[in-house]
Design a protein around this ligand. Structure first.
Ligand SMILES: CC(C)(COP(=O)(O)OP(=O)(O)OC[C@H]1O[C@@H](n2cnc3c(N)ncnc32)[C@H](O)[C@@H]1OP(=O)(O)O)[C@@H](O)C(=O)NCCC(=O)NCCS
Length: 207
């Protein structure tokens, strides 16, 4: 597994933190929308997490390649030219058997009325092993731009908790970029706490 190099340090529990695939900035949704403001309507929501179909998996992967590549280009690790190919390689290593890969759940988030697909979540459950870190890790969470700020991500993340618990995991971990303000607020609201903090200074801004 290819890990974010700096994530290896500072883990509070001695476990290695996988690199997040879906640590995207809310300002860079597929339609380029900038997200601000309040929840659209404070009504109770119910979501269903259902395994992705083949038809859903293919566009999900395409989006993931693009966004994962863009993250790495933005972070200066990959060039634009190599980004998408490298993203395909890394995600391919994580999901060698596609949506059927053992210990990974690729789920569509559906809501009523109409069982509408509003987003997706990808969680991995790494069982205890002498070679790999053990834990439940959310690699990706995405709500389609038109359905944001309705509480769907919050409910989807809550729905993952019993799934993880039933599999014997007592923590869910994830990575989020520092500038992804909306996602960070979401995770804080859900009770997630920071276990590692990476810091950086942009040297181009000062001399
Ligand atoms: C981040 C994301 C998943 C949130 O989905 P969502 O369904 O709009 O979030 P919810 O409506 O469930 O929001 C729940 C809480 O999260 C916080 N939140 C979510 N989006 C926010 C935003 N744009 N600005 C401020 N707070 C936000 C709020 O605390 C909100 O609670 P509130 O409604 O009581 O204010 C969605 O914006 C998205 O798909 N972004 C692009 C992909 C991404 O960044 N994924 C996360 C990777 S780590």
């Amino acid at each position: 597994m290819d890990l974010w190099p700096l994530d290896r340090s500072g883990s509070t529990d001695g476990e290695t933190t996988p690199n997040a695939i879906g640590g995207r900035d809310t300002a860079r949704g597929p339609e380029g929308s900038t997200l601000t403001g309040d929840r659209i309507a404070a009504v109770p929501v119910t979501v269903r997490l259902v395994p992705m179909t083949d038809e859903e998996y293919s566009p999900f992967l395409d989006g993931l390649y693009r966004e994962y590549a863009a993250d790495h280009v933005r972070a200066g690790r990959w060039t634009e030219a190599e980004g998408e190919q490298k993203a395909r390689e890394e995600i391919g290593k994580l999901l060698p058997d596609g949506r059927q890969t053992a210990n990974h759940l690729l789920l569509t988030i559906r809501v009523d009325p109409g069982d509408e697909p509003v987003g997706a979540v990808w969680i991995a459950f790494q069982p205890p092993s002498p070679f790999e870190p053990h834990g439940a890790f959310v690699y990706d969470l995405e709500i389609r731009p038109a359905f944001r700020r309705r509480g769907y991500a919050e409910e989807a993340m809550r729905a993952l908790e019993p799934i993880a618990r039933d599999r014997g995991f007592d923590h869910i971990r994830l990575h989020v970029f520092g500038d992804n303000v909306g996602a960070r607020k979401l995770y804080v609201k859900l009770g997630y706490v920071e276990t590692n903090v990476l810091m950086a200074k942009d040297l181009r801004a000062t001399r």
